[in-house]
Each structure stands twice: as C-alpha cells, then as structure tokens.
Design a protein around this ligand. Structure first.
Ligand code: 5AD
Ligand code: FES
Length: 345
C-alpha cells in the first residue's frame, strides 16, 4: 500500500505533492477499496446508517454569468428561461414538507430580478412558515452585505462550488469577468457570517489534472467547509465543451472517499450528475462515504429548462416520485433516508 494512503488515513490531511501522488492511484483497485472502506467506516461512526435529504428548488435559470461549461450560461440563446414566483416557491416547500423534507435548497442562476430585498422576502416567508426547516441558498457570488441580509432573513446554509482552486484552470472554465479570488472570498465571507458552507467542483472538467485536483484538496482542507458537492462534468450541447469527455464515476468515487477521510463529519451529497452518468451512480456514492441526497422539488414543467448539462435525470418526475425512488435506492445499499434538518455535526 502506498505510504500516502496510510498517511491520509492516520492524519486526515496531506500536502499538495502528497495529494497529487495519491491521485495517481485512482485506478488501483486495492487503494480504491482501502480508501472506500475507511470512508464508509468514518461516515458510519458519525452518521450511522442515516442519509439526509434536501429538497432542491431550481427557481430561476436566468444567469448573468457565462461559465463555459454551463447550459444556462448567459450567451446560450437556446436556453428556455423561466422564473418561479414567491408563491410557486412556497408551493414547492409545502409539497416538500408533506413529503418529509426538512431542508429546502433554493438554487438559481445569478439573476438580477431577485434583488436582495426580494430574496430576503422569500427567505423570510419560508422561515415563517417552516420554522423547523433549514434554508439553503445557492445563488452565486454576492457581496458580504447581501449575504448578511439573507442570513438575517433566516438562511442557514450556502452552497457555492469553487469549481477549481487552480487559477489557470479557473481561466479555462470561466471568462475574464469572473475570478477565483472573488469566489474564494465569497466562501470565506459566508463562513464568517456563520453559514454552514458548501464548496465543491466538477470531476473531469476540461483542463483538470491531478495537480489541479491536488489544489482542490488543499483548498477544501484549508476552508474546511461543512458540505462538499462534487459530481462528474457532463458536456452540454450548446457550450464550447460539447465534444469533451464526461468525468468518470470511478474518479468521482475516489475523490469522494478522500474528502470523507479528510473531513470525517462532512455532509457529502451523492449528486444528480453522478446519477446521470451512471444509473447506479448515487448508490455507488452512498457506498463510498456520501450521506446526503438532493432530489428535485421544482415544478415538473420547469425541470427540463434547468439544463446545466445534457441528459439530466429526474426531469419528468413529480417530487413524490423522486422522494420514493431515492428512498428505495438508499435502502437498497443498506442506508435509511431520514426526515431531519441534517445539520453539520
Ligand atoms: N456538468 C456538470 N456539472 C455542471 N455544473 C454546471 N455545469 C455543469 C456541467 N456541464 C455544476 C457546477 C455548478 C452546479 C450548480 O452545477 O459545478 O456549481
Ligand atoms: Fe428522481 Fe429517481 S430520484 S426519479
């Protein structure tokens, strides 16, 4: 067994060169199994057989950004744009609450229509109607002051994937008007404000290497977020990356196990993208240290339009179907979907 494997397991941390070294073994069956069983051992130690669930509400696909990989990027004229009203969002929550969700994730593009006032009003209404639920926002880069307003309105958590912690790689994926520096600053601001924070990245995005991934591991180690969202990159037909290869399940699983060992108490979702590249991808994630699933609560008529990547699953299902489907999938690998807020330990 390579020395770096034992070192990660013993100290829950490595340096950049060691992460790069560890990443060379992603196709070595023995190393994979060792990391995976250690990851599962840790997740069971802290979370037993519980899997937390989050109701995902994709409330707008308008976006002012132009990230090269994303299907709802500003310059994609083929994207069929929509916005949900506050009432429609609250309907999703009502439906979700009845189905047992105790966390609502409001995710959207960076859409100027939802001013800070409008956003705070939506959050306040959810907070008033569902005092026992967690509210998670995932609406991109905002100022410290904006984040403070949402927090005061009742938001508990914030998801903002850093996408890559390597400057050069960041430039491969994003146009000039975006910067890794600002993204990192946002994440630190969110932490400072007391949010439970989620960072993360796509696996197998164009230009990624074991060295950029080593930077991702170092950044996650330093930030120590409460949540980490990773899923395979999947090409979208209307982007310049349309002919690029998708990220693999195997590398995603390998990274999930490393992240679980690095941050034993982390909330780690088995993502929709993982379920898209492999019909049993989410189950495989759960068997490698994941402890969260995020089914879709958005109205069915909008789902296809929240088109980040090709062939996204669940776009024709009602919320109840996704909930039921995931419950069965979770149980098929020996875990149990619970109806709790599922806060970070
Ligand atoms: N493939 C996989 N994931 C994607 N995302 C955006 N576009 C793609 C794609 N083509 C991810 C980004 C973003 C999250 C909401 O969706 O990581 O942060
Ligand atoms: Fe949506 Fe399976 S999770 S149908």
């Amino acid at each position: 067994m390579p020395e770096v494997v034992d070192k990660l397991i013993e100290f829950h941390k490595l340096n950049r060169d060691e992460y790069a070294e560890l990443l060379k073994y992603s196709e070595n069956a023995e190393v994979r199994d060792r990391l995976s069983s250690e990851a599962v051992k840790l997740r069971k130690e802290y979370y037993g057989d519980k899997v937390f669930t989050r109701g995902l509400i994709e409330f707008t696909n308008y976006c002012k950004n132009d990230c090269y990989y994303c299907g709802i990027r500003r310059s994609n004229a083929n994207a069929d744009r929509y916005r949900l009203t506050k009432e429609e969002i609250l309907d999703c929550c009502r439906n979700g609450y009845e189905l047992g969700f105790r966390t609502f994730v409001l995710q959207g593009g960076e859409d100027g229509y939802y001013t800070d006032e409008r956003m705070a009003d939506i959050v306040r209404c959810i907070r008033r109607d569902y005092p026992d639920c967690a509210i998670t926002l995932s609406i991109g880069e905002k100022s410290y002051e904006s984040y403070r307003m949402y927090k005061e309105a009742g938001a508990d958590r914030y998801l903002l994937r850093h996408e890559t912690a390597n400057d050069e790689h960041y430039r491969v994926l994003h146009p000039e008007d975006m910067s890794l520096k600002n993204r990192k600053e946002c994440l630190y601001n969110l932490k400072k404000l007391g949010y439970q924070v989620g960072a993360g990245f796509m696996v197998g995005s164009p230009g990624q290497s074991i060295y950029t991934l080593a930077d991702d591991m170092m950044f996650i180690q330093e930030l120590a977020p409460e949540m980490v969202g990773i899923g395979p990159f999947i090409p979208h037909k209307d982007t310049k990356f349309k002919d690029e290869k998708a990220g693999t399940v195997d590398l995603t699983l390998y990274l999930l196990s490393i992240i679980r060992i690095m941050l034993p108490k982390v909330l780690l979702p088995a993502t929709t993208a993982l379920g898209t590249v492999d019909a049993r991808g989410r189950e495989k994630g759960l068997m490698t240290g994941c402890n969260v699933v995020m089914p879709n609560l958005s109205p069915v008529m909008n789902r296809k339009k929240y088109d980040l990547y090709d062939n996204k699953i669940c776009t024709g299902e009602e919320a109840a179907e996704c909930r039921g489907c995931l419950e069965r999938r979770v149980e098929s690998v020996g875990y149990r979907l619970v109806s709790e807020r599922g806060d970070a330990l």
